[in-house]
Every structure is written in C-alpha cells, then in structure tokens.
Design a protein around this ligand. Structure first.
Ligand code: SF4
Length: 266
C-alpha cells in the first residue's frame, strides 16, 4: 500500500502523522477495499502529504478544498471509495465550509482529520482547534479564542458517522476508521495527532513520547466517561463512536432523481 520510492517521508522525527497513516492503511486493508477503486484526496498541510506516500489513486489538491475535490470525484463516479485526509488548519478553517456542507449532504466520503492543534507546515500558527490558552507563534501569550468541538459541529451539520480516536490507541483508531469506511454516507473521524516540533515545544509538553503519554492519560471512552462525575470529565477528551445513524446518502438520492427523469422521458 506504500510508495516506498517516495520514502523517507518529510515529517519531523516524533510526528504522529505516520502512526495515523498506518491506522488508515490497516482500516482500508481490513475493509478489503479495491486499491484501484479507492481514491485518497488531501488539501495542504503536514497531514495532507500522506496520500503522496500511498499507493492508491491520490489527489493532493489545494488548501482547504479536499472535500470539494472529493465531492466531484464521488458524484462523477459513485462506485469509487473516496477518502479525504485533512488537518485541523486545512479542514476546519479555510475548508470548514466544505466540511459542514459535505456532512449536510451525507455524501459517501470518509474524512480523516488529523488534529495536531496547530498549523505545522506553515510555522506553528494557532488554528481553530488550538485550545484556549495554548501558545503558538501567533499567540505567544496564549490563545484567547475557543476551539471548535469539531465532532459536535460535524454531527450537527448532518453527518451519519462521527468518531474520535488518537495516535496513542492505534487499535481503537483503526477500528473507528474501518467503521467509517463501512458506513454509507458522510463519515468523519477526528484523529488526535501530535506535533512535538511546534505545539509540543511552544506548550512545554515534552518530547514525542511524553505527548503520546499525555494522549493516553487524557483520552477516555464514552463508557469510562459515563462512570465519572462532571468535574472528573471536564479535562478529558472522549473517544470512540460519538454518533451513528442510518440516513439517505447523497449520490443514491440523486440517482433516484436521474432515474425518474429518464423514466419520464421514455
Ligand atoms: Fe509533524 Fe509538526 Fe513536523 Fe508537521 S511540523 S511534520 S505536524 S511534527
């Protein structure tokens, strides 16, 4: 599944992007997707370099527009499996509009959003997913803004499958992406990544293993959360399948319209 001639990759030592890519590939393998009928689309950013290392049909597009390109691919050829790789900067800032409308349409895409809480590739600026108070090159005294709860936003926008995993618990993450690939409709997986070079250094989170340990300690399942008090839950991040419901898928609805029009003409 990898383009070994393109390795070594450009990610910094200790970056968790490679861990998430491994989970993505394992999920594709587990789902038994046909390599020739699978398209992986990305925008711009550290995580968006991932498709370049993968031996599928890939499209490395422009900043924030991965879901727009993926929509075109899927609508033109609905039998393709279309996966979007994006980051918190690419997917929730300039690409935020495409994200909510992809979810609203329940178009059959699987979107994996690598959330490292910062713009890595462009030099460590804060993103719409940087926590309140976090330091970045553009918030040296702490971020005054509040981050999106992107899973809540995508759920409210109409997605049929929404989940959150992290780069520490790769078994869980693989399974969450696999379930997203199985879902017929808009599937969204927020994958918590780590950026030791910018987010880690600016916020004194230690080295890459320390950041992974932080993920291990802060992330809890919904089941564990249900046994905690509100106070105990306050500083935790809930992982697992957060939303899943059957609902009509966009290209199938459109096919019905096309069939009706063609039937009318005959
Ligand atoms: Fe990874 Fe951060 Fe380096 Fe980008 S800047 S490759 S996110 S460690």
């Amino acid at each position: 599944y990898f383009r070994t001639e393109r390795l070594p990759h450009i990610w910094c030592p200790g970056c968790a992007n490679g861990i998430i890519v491994k989970s993505l590939v394992e999920a594709i393998d587990k789902a038994g997707l046909d390599q020739d009928k699978t398209v992986i689309v990305s925008g711009i950013g550290c995580s968006s370099r991932a498709p370049g290392y993968l031996n599928f049909n890939t499209l490395h597009t422009v900043h924030g527009r991965a879901i727009a390109f993926a929509t075109g691919v899927k609508v033109a050829n609905p039998e393709l499996n279309v996966i979007v790789v994006t980051g918190d900067g690419d997917g929730t800032s300039i690409g935020g509009n495409h994200l909510i409308h992809g979810a609203r349409r329940n178009l059959d895409l699987t979107v994996v959003l690598f959330n490292n809480n910062i713009y890595g590739m462009t030099g460590g600026q804060y993103s719409p997913m940087s926590p309140h108070g976090a330091k970045a090159t553009t918030s040296p005294y702490g971020n005054v803004e509040r981050p999106f709860d992107i899973c809540n936003l995508v759920t409210a926008s109409g997605a049929s499958y929404v989940a959150r995993g992290n780069s520490y618990n790769t078994g869980q993450l693989t399974n969450l992406i696999y379930k997203g690939l199985q879902n017929k409709g808009f599937s969204f997986v927020e994958a918590l990544s780590t950026c030791p070079v910018y987010f880690g250094r600016k916020n004194k989170m230690g080295k890459a293993p320390d950041m992974l340990k932080w993920q291990k300690d802060v992330c809890i399942t919904k089941e564990a959360a249900s046994r905690m008090t509100a106070e105990e839950r306050a500083e935790k991040i809930i992982t697992g399948v957060l939303h899943h419901e059957e609902m009509p898928e966009y290209t199938e609805l459109y096919q019905k319209v096309i069939d009706k029009c063609q039937g009318g003409r005959a």
